[in-house]
Structure formats: C-alpha cells, structure tokens
Design a protein around this ligand. Structure first.
Ligand code: BT5
Length: 261
C-alpha cells in the first residue's frame, strides 16, 4: 500500500501534492479528480488509487491498472486559453520522464503526445482532460499512470510486447512513495515553467528525450493513416510531419498515435 505520510515527509513543493487523497480502489482517479475539482478542490490536489477498475486512456480506451502501479491525477487551474491545454500533456511527459530517469537511472524516451517509454515499450500513459468556462480553462486534470511494481504478466497478453513495468526493467520493486514525491516535485518545477510562459525552454528538455524525432513514422489520426518523417514539435506542441511529397503536415493531439517504422 502507498503510505501518504511517507510521501508528505520531505515533500518540498509549494502547492502540488500539498493535499493528497488516497483510495485503495477507484473507478478512475481522473473521474474522482474531476468531481473534486467541480466541488472546489485547490490547485495541486492529488488523487491516488492503489488500483482502478475503470482506468481510462484517450477516447475512453481502457487503462489496465493492477495493484503495485502508480495511478494518480493532479488538479490544475491555470489561467490559459482552451487551445493551450494540450501543452500540459507535454509538460507532464517531461516531468515523468525526468523522474524515471533520476529514480531508475535508465534511458527514458518520450513519444508524442502522451507516452513515456523505456526501451521502446510503454511504461507510462498520460491523460489530460480540461473543463472549460467560456473559452478559458476552468480546470485541467492530469492523469498519470506508471507501470511500477508488478510483473508484465499482470497486463493482458496483447500488451505484453508493447508495454513494460519498472519492476521488469530493474528486476526489483521501486520505492513508490519516493517515486511519487520526486514526480510531484518535478511536476511543479515544469508546471511553473509552463505558467511562466517558458514553454520554449520546456520544449528543449522534451526534444532531448523524444528520440523518435527524425525517424520515419506512421501516424493514425481519427482513422486516417499516413507516413512521413517526424520533424519536430512547434511552439504550441503540435507535431510536424514531412510527408513523402515534401509537404509539412501539422498534427494536433486528440486521437493520434505515432508508430516508429
Ligand atoms: C493513455 O491513453 O496512455 C493514457 C493513460 C492514462 C492512465 C492514467 S492512470 C491515472 C489516471 N486515471 C485514469 O483513469 N487514467 C489516468 P492512450 O494513449 O489512449 O493509450 C491507451 C492504450 O494503452 C490502451 O488502448 C492499451 O492499448 C494500452 N494500455 C492499457 N493499459 C496499459 C498499461 N497499464 N500499460 C501500457 N499500455 C497500456
């Protein structure tokens, strides 16, 4: 079981994780966080569950959440326009990747828009959901799922070749409280950069870990498939693909998946 007191001792953030709500089991930490946000929870409130029975990916895909993982959601209330909300996904990916690199001393890769990988296998997924008031953001829920302390066999067979867990990679369990503490700290640092409109400096970090850039990829977006070379991401976080005819196409997150060829 994750012990919240152990996270809070030595947590040095200003606002991320100052309030943590812990549940042995939830349908989805994002769903609970959304409800908490509607009821007025403060920015930085974190919801953690030991297991989720209806963990969600994008477009309501199922996210498997066995015991031993790190399944959490962070409530944010940035004063930004709706179209900037997707930048928080990239911000979160950098925070997760930095944390895993620091805590586990492994090479960590980021795949646009919301995957964190080790040795090309998905170890973490991020689900960002915004609620709007007029055209500005009322709250953003950042859901982070890290496959931490469970064997790969705890996931269904069809995911066992594309996913991995920290326990598989390291051959031992990690200290989840320390991992979460580090994650909340990194998250606050990068979120502050984002709020200070220093997204460009955050993108420098992001690019360093995005080793699919420069490679041939296949992009699937709302059922449409096309191939090209992943060039870069622009200042808004959109992915730029050079198509075979030389045209440069920008893709925005949503239902996009990128497969390195
Ligand atoms: C994601 O969606 O990768 C976002 C996952 C976010 C999960 C967190 S956990 C805490 C919070 N509460 C929630 O309810 N959700 C968030 P997407 O890019 O759509 O990828 C989903 C796909 O990943 C699935 O269709 C599976 O193919 C695969 N998948 C499911 N569970 C997985 C797991 N544990 N590890 C690796 N891949 C998984």
């Amino acid at each position: 079981m994750i012990r919240i007191e152990k996270i809070l001792t030595e947590l040095e953030t200003d606002f991320i994780g100052r309030e943590i709500l812990y549940f042995p089991e939830l349908l989805s930490t994002n769903a609970t966080a959304k409800k908490q946000a509607e009821e007025g929870a403060k920015e930085g409130t974190v919801i953690i569950a030991e297991t989720q029975t209806e963990g969600r990916g994008r477009l309501d895909r199922h996210w498997f959440s066995p015991k031993g993982g790190v399944w959490l959601s962070i409530i944010l209330r940035p004063e930004i326009a709706a179209e900037d909300a997707q930048k928080t996904t990239l911000t979160s990916a950098v925070a997760v990747a930095r944390t895993l690199h620091k805590e586990c001393v492994v090479k960590v890769q980021i795949k646009w828009p919301n995957d964190v990988l080790i040795s090309n296998k998905k170890v973490c997924g991020i689900l960002t959901e915004a609620t709007l008031k007029d055209k500005t953001v009322n709250s953003i829920i950042v859901g982070i799922g890290i496959n931490a302390n469970f064997p790969i066999e705890a996931l269904p067979e069809e995911l066992q070749t594309t996913a991995t867990t920290l326990q598989e990679v390291l051959g031992k369990k990690v200290d989840r409280e320390k991992l979460i503490r580090e994650l909340l700290t990194e998250f606050e640092d990068y979120y502050n950069l984002f709020r200070a409109e220093k997204f460009a400096s955050l993108l420098i970090e992001w690019r360093r870990m995005a080793d699919f850039l420069g490679k041939a990829v296949e992009v699937t977006s709302f059922g449409e498939k096309f191939q090209g070379k992943a060039l870069d991401i622009d200042e808004n976080g959109a992915l730029m693909i050079k198509l075979e005819n030389g045209e440069i196409k920008k893709v925005f997150s949503g239902d996009v998946s990128v497969r390195v060829l």
